[in-house]
Structures are given as structure tokens and as C-alpha cells.
Design a protein. Structure first.
Length: 243
């Protein structure tokens, strides 16, 4: 059976998140007109200074200086002169001119000037290496070998636990993964055929010898006592266990 692509270093099922990409964006200052419009002209100089600071052009500073001076002179004349005096009338004219001019200027120039940079981070998916079936097959065999060695070590330390975990008995319900071990001291002939690849005669010979001997003491007993050919023994010795 062809092994499925693992999700590890050989897998291609997922995309590994890479470092985020940094994007800088600037939005136009179209909203600056609200300062003079909703402050009755008291904040008329705010868009003038903001646009001049961001654009850094002589024309912008000239407009800021002219409208700002008109706003300041008008404000001072209105505050200093009588309400019915000529100075007050001139001051109101200058003030309203600066107020309306500031709103119009902000509407026209605000859309042409970019505001502060806004930094956004966009996750970038780094593609994993393409799936290599050969490497995956090698990794699978190595993993099964490691599981078998772990199961054998457990059986040497605690044979009773190994039996409770049903190590070497793939025909019985169990949860422990022993990497494909087969206990030749207890497994039936069908399991010896299916899991070890023995022929029916070879599996029957092993079971009959086991019944006569009660149990095998050493893996080599399969050759010396059960009559298993050396070639067949070499093909199964990595997957047998004696409990």
C-alpha cells in the first residue's frame, strides 16, 4: 500500500506560515475640511498647516501663509473694533474669506496629499517542499523499526505488561502500536501467514513445533526446531518477538 504523504518534512498537505509581508499605505487627507467647517472658522488654519507640512511645496506654504494671515488679521480686527465700525466689517470679511477659503482649499488639496503611513502585516505562506514518495517510504520503515525496538525493550522490562498490551498479536483488539511485531509463541498460523508472509506449510510447522515444545526460547529455534528455511527466517526475524 502506498504510504500517504506525511505532514512532516516530506508532506505537502499544509502551507507553513512564513514571515509577514509589510505593506505601507497612505490615505489622502480628504477629511481636513471638517476642522474649519464645524468650528465656525476657529480651526481654519489646521488644514492649511497640515497640507503644507505634508506636501512640503512652496505653493502650499504660500496658500497657508496667505489664508492664515487673512484669518489672523480678520480675527484680531473683529475682536478689537466695535461691532458697527469699519474695522469690524473688514475683519468679518477677511475672517469669512479665510474660513471659506480654508474649507475649499482643504477639499481640493486634501485629496492630493497623503496622510501618515499605515503599516499592515499580511501573512505570507511559504510553500513546503514537494512530496517525495521515496523519502516518505524510507521514513515510514524507519518509524516502524523504532516502534518495534521500543516494544521489545518494554517486553524485556515487563513481560506481563507486554502481554496486557497484546504486543505481537495483531489479530486481537489493542491500542498499542508495536510496529508490526508478531509473537510466534502465541500467534495463530493465520497471523504468521498474513503478518510475516510465511506459507501455509511454514506457518503450520511453526505452530506444531510450538505445541510440542510449549514455547520457543530463541528466535533461531524457528530454524533449528521448527524447520524454517534460513531465507525465510532472515525475512521475518526483524518482526518476531518471543513472549
Amino acid at each position: 500500500m502506498q504510504p500517504s504523504p506525511p505532514a512532516g518534512p516530506y508532506g505537502g498537505e499544509h502551507m507553513r506560515p512564513g514571515p509577514p509581508a509589510v505593506h505601507h499605505s497612505r490615505k489622502p487627507l480628504r477629511w481636513l475640511w471638517v476642522f474649519p467647517a464645524f468650528s465656525m472658522g476657529l480651526l481654519a488654519v489646521v488644514p492649511l498647516i497640515a497640507i503644507a507640512t505634508k506636501s512640503r511645496t512652496r505653493q502650499a506654504w504660500t496658500w497657508a501663509g496667505g489664508l492664515g494671515a487673512s484669518w489672523l488679521v480678520g480675527f484680531m480686527l473683529v475682536a478689537a473694533d466695535d461691532s458697527d465700525g469699519l474695522g469690524s466689517d473688514i475683519g468679518l470679511t477677511l475672517y469669512f474669506a479665510a474660513w471659506i477659503g480654508s474649507v475649499v482649499y482643504a477639499l481640493v488639496m486634501g485629496g492630493k496629499v497623503a496622510g501618515p503611513a499605515q503599516v499592515s502585516y499580511v501573512p505570507v505562506a511559504a510553500p513546503l517542499p514537494s512530496y517525495d514518495p521515496n523519502a516518505a517510504a524510507v521514513a515510514l520503515v524507519q518509524a516502524e523499526r523504532a516502534k518495534r525496538e521500543e516494544a521489545r525493550a518494554l517486553a524485556r522490562r515487563d513481560p506481563a505488561m507486554a502481554r496486557d498490551l497484546r504486543i505481537g498479536r495483531p489479530d486481537l483488539p489493542r491500542q498499542y502500536d508495536d510496529g508490526g511485531l508478531v509473537d510466534v509463541n502465541s500467534a495463530p498460523a493465520e497471523v504468521l501467514q498474513q503478518s510475516l508472509g510465511l506459507t501455509a506449510d511454514q506457518a503450520t510447522g511453526v505452530v506444531e513445533s510450538r505445541q510440542q515444545l510449549s514455547r520457543f526460547e530463541h528466535p533461531e529455534d524457528l530454524m533449528t526446531l521448527a524447520g524454517l528455511e534460513p531465507a525465510a527466517f532472515d525475512s521475518v526475524k526483524d518482526r518476531i518477538i518471543l513472549l
